[in-house]
Design a protein around this ligand. Structure first.
Ligand SMILES: NC(=O)C1=CN([C@@H]2O[C@H](COP(=O)(O)OP(=O)(O)OC[C@H]3O[C@@H](n4cnc5c(N)ncnc54)[C@H](OP(=O)(O)O)[C@@H]3O)[C@@H](O)[C@H]2O)C=CC1
Ligand SMILES: Nc1nc(=O)c2c([nH]1)NC[C@@H]1CN(c3ccc(C(=O)N[C@@H](CCC(=O)O)C(=O)O)cc3)C=[N+]21
Length: 287
């Protein structure tokens, strides 16, 4: 079998048309959607991602701090952005340098502006099936399932990775959609035993080409969340995912590429959350 590829760039472009129309309508009501990004220490990979995000937004501000920044300075900036009614979304680029307490920083973002969906209250809302911001990467993956009519109810889904930003919220969304979900991680005893049973396999491991064709159930839908920059050999500098695309696409029925898969959808969902936040602000202000 040769898998069909889900074109994340094309899907992202389609979804963005709707978002752009909503943003335009908001601007006409005097509420230009605005995202604020806080970047501490310019890890080059983060810098690229932040540039992509900002380029995708009509109005955005980046607050750049050196790696040895005093956490209080960032907390003060957050308080200011929380109080600024022209700002609709606040994103603190992760990971943060070691002097920061990550959850303390995330909790300091006002829930109404938590477009990443990483605040404890947003996480709680997602787990209880209440309305709130959904983390962008797993949300983007759900949009991919939807656009491809992938049946989720009753499906066996396996997520590799249990991080707060990808694995856990992905598992929660799949659970809410009716899939039977297994979350695997570095302590999982027999990973292939699990992955071989998966109708839907989501890889968020952070290891280049970690998932190979022999680990995949024939006909499975394979979602590659990984973004890895290769550092050695002829391919140095190239981007690759957590899935070995060549062998996996021989076995899967549907697969996402890297680049051009989940990444563009993450950015699109961030824009959508920012627009949603701006719509709520405009309604609150009676505009
Ligand atoms: N496309 C996009 O938009 C985005 C892509 N990413 C990419 O996705 C990947 C994952 O990101 P993130 O979740 O933040 O990464 P983390 O490093 O936080 O999590 C990686 C997870 O993989 C697990 N893991 C590591 N090694 C193994 C192994 N040998 N077998 C099974 N599980 C293993 C870890 O287990 P344990 O918990 O036990 O350590 C952990 O749960 C990265 O490549 C990242 O760059 C991230 C965000 C957005
Ligand atoms: N608070 C926070 N929120 C995040 O959502 C977040 C974060 N911190 N820290 C880092 C990770 C990583 N991440 C990516 C999103 C999109 C692409 C992306 O658009 N990738 C393009 C290629 C980009 C390129 O060429 O380098 C693609 O896959 O096609 C990549 C990586 C979001 N993250």
């Amino acid at each position: 079998m040769t898998a069909r590829t889900i074109d994340g760039n094309a899907l992202a472009a389609r979804v963005r048309e709707d978002i752009a129309a909503r943003a335009e309508e908001l601007a006409a009501r005097g509420e230009q959607p605005c995202l604020a990004v806080i970047l501490v220490g310019s890890d080059p990979a983060s810098a690229v991602y932040v540039r992509n995000k900002v380029a995708a937004c009509e109005k955005a501000g980046v607050f750049d701090y050196p790696a040895d920044a005093d956490p209080q300075v960032v907390m003060d900036r957050l308080a200011e952005l929380n109080g600024d009614t022209s700002v609709h979304g606040i994103l603190v680029q992760l990971p943060l340098p070691p002097q920061f307490d990550e959850s303390e920083v995330l909790e300091a973002i006002s829930v109404e502006k938590d477009v990443d969906g990483f605040h404890a209250e947003s996480v709680g809302r997602l787990s209880q099936g209440q309305q709130g911001f959904i983390p962008c990467t797993p949300h983007g993956v759900m949009k991919m399932f939807e656009s491809e009519n992938v049946p989720l109810s009753g499906a066996e889904a396996v997520v590799i990775g249990r991080s707060n930003i990808v694995g856990k919220p992905m598992a929660m969304l799949l659970t809410n959609a009716g899939a039977t979900v297994t979350v695997c991680h570095s302590r999982t005893r027999d990973l292939t035993f699990h992955t071989k049973r998966a109708d839907i396999l989501v890889a968020a491991v952070g290891k280049p080409r970690f998932v190979t064709g022999d680990m995949i159930k024939p006909g499975a839908v394979v979602i590659d969340v990984g973004i890895n920059r290769l550092t050695e050999g002829e391919e140095a500098g190239k981007l690759c995912g957590d899935v070995d695309f060549a062998s996996a696409s021989e076995v899967a029925s549907l697969i996402t590429p890297v680049p051009g898969g989940v990444g563009p959808m993450t950015i699109t969902m961030l824009l959508e959350n920012t627009v949603i936040s701006a719509e709520r602000a405009a309604n609150r202000k009676g505009r």
